[in-house]
Design a protein around this ligand. Structure first.
Ligand code: ACM
Ligand code: ZN
Length: 770
């Protein structure tokens, strides 16, 4: 899989603002039952009684460095209550203190009695974490941006001792592919802080746009921050129409009329950057800039000739042409840029990128080849590593530590760089990095790429992700610094779309990053998450409502099909069509079970209480007869898997590609030794034990298809990230021919599960023959 080309429209969408109606109308049962802290704290006791906020109260802080935290809390509390609070040095009704003594950085204790509130944090970040807990102990209305009429504002009496599991709890935002304004970034930082995330990784430059002012090289933003529509913009505009979703429209405030052209873009001045960095700091968030190099650098190369290998620098076979590490002038350029970046970000860590580097030009470039000879580098991977180490030395001389994507392991990792693991198909990155004694941050794309399509499993998959593997020793686990969600924005033109992709997945990431595993429980998380959505409603966050339930991508029935759709939000409304059109506000409303007598295509769409439309969900109900079994005459155990050297993106084309090898396998998977350009055609027979409707779960990254008895059961084709498509087929007991096709370039994933109509896995009785 090549990440940049991944794309899957989130057609699977569901809705429901959950339990809203119910939760709102419930009488207060007990305070304890209303507490829905997320992330769940390490230890909490709930006592009788409340602390009531009153006009004129004071917020005290015991050290001058806590003044910004006190001001922050003051503004959080004053807006919705309309009360006048004051901050004071020393004791106050609400007291912020820096805890002395033992504790984990970022941890805090929060004691609320009817008399006072004390937040004691280990470090500034701990105080902020305590404030975010305090904030979540108040009703969701406290997030309102204007005064709310309410009789009292009460905090339950609690004692909480809490600390983070991981020190790195990150979110990455790509502002190159699409640009997000200073105000939008600040709003995102506010939301991060609410959920105790503390690292904002800012992907500031890439081929499609340069977003940070560099004084020495003004063209980087004068020209590099603006572009004519590119293919991503055009895709977004098409989606806005095909998905009837204005969140895919390119916002007009990102357009600029330049001479006779309308161009897209934007950038942050150095003052903007300073403003955002200090805004983040108040909220306990470090900002980690990434100026991606040596690849993903066209926005610079296109405007400053002489820093790439050849004058003609554009797209190579897979990625864009990189910087030329053979030219002194190019190295100086990179350092000059970073020199200004270092000044703007007062944190230890800076991210160099280092991913997806096209090395073909380096092979042909005399300067690169000379650099390799002089440094006895045996190949271009080592030249990449040389460049990264050269830059790392410069980082260190300037008091900075380097982070890079996991490609920096190839060709030799330095002793000090931190590796950010993103390529799920390189499963040994964590092991290799930690065995060398280096730090690693985990964001394997299959789980942590927030631009990937969401389905009913996305949240749970994140929540249950095992960050530390069982075989790790203590030292290795301490080198795993934490986790991060990443949002690449090729198809994310608007802040609304950004929110839709980030929430609620970020809540699962937040809890996985913060809470101790012994306190984590999926069902409990789910109910707290639903409760948090009420808070996000008040914050006006365009989150994605959890999935509609009750159907698969395709469903089979024999006589009459029953279409029973469940939406977790009773206040939301589900509308549908059966003619393939997108449901609109006067399409029929789904009010209860529907019966169908013939094959019918449904398109569902949930409308939130405020009328906002979620992504559409398509499903087919297919009338079928039980397919007759066949009697294959030559049977041998196993399936035949033929590996084709295939580089395209359609299962249909695979058989036309040259064959690399043939394997016999006993289940559906990528055979050992099959890697690189993979086109697999797996054939054989499958036996089923009884006449029944079987459900097939085909998971793949990239595309796959499943054909049985010459009928397509699942079409999971096309270049995409890990995605499961579920389909059904009515089968008579006995043997049925199967064919699974699959392709991927780079390494990926292929799995097939089969259930009978009672939900039993039929693996045990399943035999493949060829
Ligand atoms: C990446 O997704 N290329 C880090
Ligand atoms: Zn070169």
């Amino acid at each position: 899989m090549k990440r940049r080309e991944k794309f899957s429209v989130s057609i699977l969408l569901a809705i429901c603002t959950l339990l809203l109606g119910c939760l709102v109308s419930c009488q207060r049962t007990s305070i304890a039952s209303e507490i829905a802290l997320l992330p769940v704290p390490a230890e909490m006791e709930v006592h009788k009684g409340n602390f009531t906020l009153k006009d004129g109260m004071t917020i005290g802080y015991d050290m001058p460095e806590l003044k910004p935290a006190a001001d922050h809390l003051l503004s959080l509390l004053s807006v919705p209550t309309g009360y006048k609070f004051r901050t004071v040095e020393g004791k106050g009704d609400i007291r912020l203190a820096l805890n002395q003594g033992e504790g984990v950085s970022g941890g805090y204790v929060l004691n609320i009695t009817s008399e006072e509130v004390i937040v004691g944090g280990y470090g500034y970040g701990g105080v902020i974490a305590g404030i975010s807990t305090l904030r979540q102990l108040l009703p969701p209305d406290m997030e309102a941006k204007t005064r709310v009429e309410r009789e009292t504002w009460e905090l339950p009496c609690v004692s909480i001792m809490d600390k983070p599991r991981f020190e790195w709890r990150g979110l990455m935002l790509d502002v190159s592919r699409h640009f997000f304004s200073k105000e939008e970034v600040k709003e995102l930082l506010d939301l991060m802080s609410l959920y105790k995330l503390n690292k904002f990784h800012w992907h500031l430059t890439d081929d499609q746009g340069w977003r940070i002012e560099i004084k020495k090289y003004p063209l980087l933003t004068q020209k590099g921050a603006w572009r004519r529509w590119n293919k991503h913009d055009r895709q977004c505009m098409k989606l806005a129409v095909s998905e009837d979703n204005q969140d895919f429209d390119i916002p007009v405030d990102k357009l600029y009329v330049m001479a006779t052209d309308t161009v897209y873009g934007g950038f942050y001045t150095q003052d903007d950057i300073r403003e955002i960095v200090s805004y983040a700091a108040v909220r306990g968030i470090d900002v980690i800039p990434e100026i991606d190099m040596p690849g993903h650098f066209l926005a610079a190369i296109g405007n400053y000739p002489g820093i790439s290998c050849f004058e003609q620098a554009d797209w190579g076979e897979q990625f864009s042409s990189p910087v030329c590490p053979g030219k002194e002038h190019a190295l100086e350029f990179c350092k000059d840029v970073y020199k200004e970046v270092f000044e703007l970000f007062p944190y230890e860590y800076v991210h160099i990128g280092g991913d997806e580097v096209e090395k073909n030009n380096w092979k042909k470039c005399p300067d690169c080849q000379r650099r390799m000879r002089e440094n006895r580098l045996k190949d271009e991977k080592e030249l990449h590593s040389w460049f990264i180490r050269h830059m790392e030395k410069f980082f260190n001389e300037n008091g900075k530590q380097m982070i890079g994507w996991d490609e920096i392991l190839e060709g030799g990792l330095s002793e000090t760089a931190t590796v950010m693991w993103w390529r799920t198909w390189q499963p040994n990155v964590v092991e290799e990095t930690t065995l060398q004694g280096n730090n690693v941050i985990c964001c394997p794309n299959a789980w942590f790429y927030l631009d990937y399509q969401q389905d009913e499993k996305s949240l749970k998959n994140i929540y249950e992700y095992a960050v530390l593997s069982e075989g790790m020793d203590v030292l290795q686990s301490t080198l795993v610094r934490g986790i991060q969600g990443n949002l690449w924005t090729e198809r994310v033109p608007s802040y609304e779309r950004l929110q839709y992709l980030v929430f609620p997945r970020l809540l699962a990431i937040a809890e996985l990053a913060w809470s101790k595993p012994q306190r984590m429980n999926w069902d409990d998380f789910n109910s707290r998450m639903l409760s948090q959505l009420r808070r996000l409603n008040v914050l006006d966050v365009n989150y994605r409502i959890p999935d509609l339930e009750g159907f698969y991508h395709s469903n089979v029935f024999i006589d009459t099909g029953r279409v029973s759709v469940v939406c977790p939000d009773p206040s939301a409304m589900v509308r549908y069509t059966t003619d393939g059109t997108v449901p609109v506000s006067d399409s029929p409303e789904y009010v209860g079970m529907l019966s169908v007598a013939r094959t019918t295509d449904f398109t569902f769409r949930t409308f939130r209480a405020g009328g906002e439309k979620e992504d559409i969900v398509r499903t087919r109900f297919i009338k079928q007869e039980y397919a007759r079994a066949t009697c294959p005459d030559t049977l041998a155990p196993g399936l035949k898997a033929v590996w084709h050297e295939y580089r395209g993106s359609s299962c249909r084309e695979i058989p036309d590609a040259p064959v690399n090898g043939t394997y016999i396998i006993d289940d559906v998977f990528i055979p050992d030794g099959v890697r690189g350009n993979i086109g697999l055609v797996i054939t054989g027979f499958m036996s089923v034990p009884k006449d029944d409707i079987y459900t097939f779960f085909l998971m793949s990254d990239d595309g796959s298809t499943l054909v049985m008895d010459d009928e397509t059961v699942i079409d999971n084709d096309g270049a995409h990230s890990p995605r499961e498509v579920v389909g059904q087929r009515a089968l008579k007991a006995g043997y049925h021919p199967v064919e699974i096709r699959y392709f991927d370039y780079n390494g990926g994933l292929l799995e097939l599960r089969v259930l009978d109509s009672a939900g039993n896995e039929v693996r045990g009785s399943r035999v493949y023959m060829h």
